[in-house]
Design a protein around this ligand. Structure first.
Ligand SMILES: [Zn+2]
Length: 297
C-alpha cells in the first residue's frame, strides 16, 4: 500500500510536496455513500442519521446533517453533482446525529426548517451541554404542516404528534414520492425513545398508522437508522412491522409488570421482544425502559 502510494505521488509529480496533510487526505476521504433514489432525490450515509438530498436547476435542499465533518463531506459530494446553490435545510428532529452538522450550512442556505418543538429541544439540549456556539437553529418553524417549493419539486412537512420525540417532522418530496421518516423508523434495530424530549410509544403507533394512510404504496421511505443487513430505505411493510414492534413492546412490558417483575429483571432476562424477533442489536433497555415509564403504576 505504501509503495503504491509513493508511486502514485511520483506519477502525479507530487512526491516533493509537503506530504502529511495532502497524503493524509487521500486516505481520510469521505466514507459516505451517495445514493440516488428517484427523480432528483437521494440519500447520503456516513455517520449518524441518514441525510436526504434534492438537487435541481433551482437549488439544493437537504434533510438532516449528521455531524459537522460528515455534513461537510455531504456538501462536497453534492457540489460534485451540481453548481446550483444550497437553498433549504430541513431537520426531522433535534438529536445531535441529525442536526449537529447544521453548522456546516451556516450562511449557505436561505432557510432552516423544523417543527417548533424540535427547535425548542435543540436549544434546551445545547444550553444544558454548553454547546450553543456550535448550533445552527431552525429559523422557519411549523406546527402542523408546511410546504416549500424548489424548482419542480414540492417538499411538505407534517407533524402527527409525539413519537420518537415531541418534534418529529415527516418530510415528503411530493413529485419524487420519497418520505424521510427521521428516527420514526429504526429499521429492525432497537429504537431510542427520548422521554426527556416528550416521546410517546402509544402515539408513535398512531403516527406510523397515519403515515401509511397518508402516502401511497409507491412511496419510498427513508429511515434514520437500520441494523446491519437491513436497508435504510423501505416501504409500507417496514412501517407496519415497526408499528407491530411497538405494539408488542407495550403488551410485553404490561404483562411483565403485572407478573411482578422489576425493570431490572426485565432488561436482564430479555433478548428480544416476543412477536418481533427481527428487532435486535444493542440497547434493548431503551425501549423497555421507555415503555415501562409510559405504562406507569
Ligand atoms: Zn433521534
Amino acid at each position: 500500500m505504501l509503495i503504491k502510494r509513493r508511486n502514485f505521488l511520483q506519477l502525479m509529480g507530487l512526491a516533493a510536496l509537503p506530504v502529511p496533510t495532502w497524503a493524509g487526505q487521500l486516505f481520510l476521504k469521505s466514507q459516505g455513500e451517495f445514493i440516488p433514489l428517484r427523480n432528483n432525490v437521494g440519500i447520503f450515509t456516513e455517520r449518524g442519521g441518514t441525510i436526504a438530498w434534492l438537487i435541481n436547476q433551482d437549488g439544493v435542499a437537504v434533510v438532516d446533517t449528521q455531524f459537522p465533518e460528515n455534513a461537510k463531506n455531504c456538501i462536497d459530494r453534492i457540489k460534485e453533482e451540481t453548481s446550483s446553490p444550497f437553498k433549504l435545510l430541513f431537520n426531522t428532529h433535534h438529536h445531535g446525529d441529525h442536526s449537529g452538522g447544521n453548522i456546516a450550512f451556516k450562511g449557505m442556505v436561505e432557510k432552516v426548517i423544523a417543527h417548533e418543538n424540535s427547535k425548542a429541544n435543540q436549544e434546551r439540549v445545547a444550553k444544558d451541554r454548553n454547546s450553543e456556539d456550535t448550533q445552527l437553529y431552525p429559523d422557519t418553524l411549523f406546527s402542523d404542516t408546511l410546504s416549500q417549493k424548489l424548482g419542480n419539486e414540492t417538499v411538505t412537512l407534517r407533524y402527527f404528534g409525539p413519537a420518537h420525540t415531541d418534534g418529529d417532522a415527516i418530510i415528503h418530496f411530493e413529485n419524487a414520492n420519497v418520505v424521510h421518516m427521521g428516527d420514526l423508523v429504526f429499521n429492525r434495530r432497537f429504537p431510542y425513545i427520548d422521554k426527556s424530549s416528550g416521546a410517546s410509544v402509544q402515539n408513535w403507533i398512531k403516527v406510523l398508522s397515519k403515515t401509511r394512510k397518508t402516502f401511497d404504496k409507491d412511496t419510498i421511505y427513508v429511515f434514520g437508522h437500520s441494523d446491519n443487513g437491513y436497508k435504510i430505505t423501505g416501504t409500507h411493510e417496514d412501517l407496519k412491522a415497526k408499528e407491530q414492534f411497538l405494539k408488542n413492546l407495550l403488551k410485553f412490558v404490561k404483562k411483565s409488570k403485572k407478573a411482578g417483575k422489576t425493570l431490572e429483571q426485565l432488561v436482564e432476562q430479555t433478548q428480544a421482544i416476543p412477536g418481533s424477533p427481527e428487532w435486535k442489536g444493542n440497547g434493548i433497555q431503551r425501549p423497555l425502559g421507555a415503555a415501562w415509564e409510559e405504562i406507569g403504576g
